[in-house]
Design a protein around this ligand. Structure first.
Ligand code: HEM
Length: 532
């Protein structure tokens, strides 16, 4: 066991870069595995281990990994020399060119795919996430925002009738319900109302998949992160057979009904059906930028040449279903956390909340009588965009980017430091380290949307703002995520004033946990209706 764990401990010995000394048996992952630090602290500590390095080494348990600190090097790895770093880190779930029998949904999803297969799937899906497709889906998302507000109104009235001053709630739970309804309608083509029917089958399955309290899921997550080869050998799926069956049958059934009845609905199922027929393509106008100061959001990441290539691969049902499934995996927790953090920051920064409310109210008043909010109007609010951009800086839920080197790479810093990053090596780019580096963001702990005003955003150095990653492997859902977050903030702020309550933890602290992203005491606050 000792030999196995320490086998690679000399990996960095002949490399001209500093590295963190490993200790048996966890390498440098001890503090996180022993629950002594939060995920944010862990990756900040790794990032700050050698404050003057461009790149240094650490041990992710027994596996050597490079920590990339220099923004120029981030660009080099994620964009310029992307062909050497195409893949995300191995988890043991992934579908490779040579394991065609892989039937796992997560293993077939874009996040896990590798090499040429990833390139083809990215190019297939890319047209589904353009601005013009988001515009079509906007109404579906806006409906979910309005449903949430109606529910909040009713709860607030009940709370007042019972003698309270407003509706007090734990945000994460409620934002999870909103995220669930959005995924239901936008990705799976099903209307669900998790506010009035909090135990519907759809949310039960979603909670079961993303259940961070489940010991079994936690063990599996640790396995995928630290012993991926073993997980692959044991062929352990992340989903239970029941979860797998539910997602497959829901999507296949919806597709069948639509085909039989000729139903059209502007959602992901429709786009996947087009992808199956090979008719989902980039169209003229997809590129058209929104004519406003903010575009579609400062944080939006652009699609690269990879997403625009043509290919003639035909996809199986499993391969397509897996792409609807990633909305859960990549878009469920990320959105509900981002929204919870944004609402928390607005609660504890009254003046920022007041300014955002003014902008939202003015936008609402600019709509013609009876006209509903539009995609263009949503994107025309610069302060809303600043608040969202700063939330993603201060609370970068993805925490760290990872890349696997797919062929030997010659590192050369131009100042005499040269060495080889071998095929198979793992690289981490700690987003949270970059976002909290005072060199790039003075007083990094402070929530300050002004960092992203028209003047200041020009000065943000490339490679230092990474909420949605970078390069061709960036987040394909960034436009969708920003639209969803902005819709929720718009409707909530328009209708409610946010106030701290007795249970609000100030400052908010993250839980020390190896597998779970969680706050110590939940995120509590009080909603007061603006009309009462
Ligand atoms: C606030 C919300 C979100 C955040 C902060 C976020 C962040 C990220 C980050 C950092 C990555 C890795 C990028 C890289 O390695 O360079 C990623 C990948 C990805 N995200 Fe998101 N994401 C969000 C929402 C979504 C949504 C709503 C979807 C819906 C489909 C989505 C789908 C994906 C997919 C499919 C990938 C893998 C892309 C690939 O490997 O080609 N994400 N996301």
């Amino acid at each position: 066991a000792y030999r196995y764990c320490t086998k690679h401990y000399f990996y960095f010995a002949d490399k001209p870069i500093p590295f963190m000394k490993p200790s048996f048996p966890f390498g440098n992952a001890g503090p996180i595995l022993m629950k002594k630090v939060s995920l944010f602290d862990h990756f900040q500590n790794l990032y700050n281990a050698f404050p003057n390095s461009r790149i240094h080494g650490m041990f992710n348990m027994r596996q050597p990994a490079y920590i990339v600190r220099d923004p120029e090097l981030v660009k080099q790895i994620t964009v310029k020399d992307f062909d050497y770093f195409v893949d995300h880190m191995t988890t043991g779930l992934e579908q490779t060119e040579d394991n065609h029998s892989n039937h796992l949904l997560l293993g077939n999803s874009l996040v896990s795919l590798r090499g040429q297969k990833w390139r083809d799937m990215r190019a297939t899906l890319s047209p589904a996430f353009t601005g013009s497709k988001m515009r079509l889906m906007f109404t579906l998302i806006a409906e979910c925002g309005q449903t949430m507000v109606e529910y909040f109104r009713a709860e607030e009235r009940k709370a007042r009738a019972a003698g309270g001053t407003g509706y007090q709630l734990e945000l994460k739970d409620v934002m999870t319900r909103f995220a669930n309804d959005v995924i239901g309608t936008a990705a799976f083509g099903i209307k669900v109302d998790s506010f009035r029917d909090p135990k519907n089958q759809f949310i039960s399955m979603a909670r079961s998949v993303t259940n961070q309290e489940s010991l079994l899921k936690a063990i599996k997550m640790l396995g995928y992160t630290f012993v991926p080869k073993l997980m692959m050998r044991l062929n352990i799926d992340f989903l239970t057979p029941e979860e797998d069956r539910f997602f497959r049958s829901t999507i296949l059934e919806t597709m069948r009904t639509r085909e039989e009845k000729g139903i059209f609905r502007p959602d992901m199922i429709e786009l996947l059906m087009q992808a199956k027929k090979g008719s989902l393509k980039h169209q003229q106008g997809d590129e058209q930028r929104i004519d406003s100061e903010t575009g579609e959001g400062f944080a939006t990441v652009e699609e690269s040449h990879v997403g625009r290539r043509a290919h003639d691969r035909v996809w199986s049902d499993t391969e397509l279903i897996a792409q609807a499934f990633i909305f859960f995996f990549a878009g469920f927790e990320t959105i509900s956390w981002t929204l919870s953090f944004a609402l928390y920051e607005l609660t504890v920064h009254e003046e920022i909340q007041a300014r955002l409310y003014e902008e939202i109210r003015d936008t609402e008043q600019s709509l013609e009588e009876g006209q509903a909010l539009t995609y263009e109007k949503l994107q025309s609010m610069p302060y809303l965009d600043m608040v969202v951009s700063e939330t993603l800086r201060l609370w970068p839920i993805a925490t760290v980017l990872n890349r696997e080197c797919v062929r030997d790479y010659q590192y050369d810093d131009g100042q005499g430091v040269r060495f080889t990053i071998e095929k198979g090596a793992l690289l981490f780019i700690p987003i949270v380290g970059m976002h909290f580096n005072p060199k790039y963001y003075p007083e990094p702990e402070r929530f300050d949307p002004e960092r992203f005003n028209q003047e200041n955003r020009k000065n943000i150095q490339q490679g230092t703002y990474l909420p949605f990653g970078a390069g061709p492997r960036n987040c394909i859902g960034s436009r969708f995520a920003l639209m969803e977050a902005k819709v929720a903030l718009y409707y909530l702020l328009l209708n409610f004033r946010l106030l701290p309550c007795a249970k609000t933890q100030i400052p908010l602290k993250l839980k020390k946990s190896s597998t779970q992203f969680a706050t110590e005491q939940g995120i509590w606050l009080e909603f007061q209706s603006r009309s009462s």
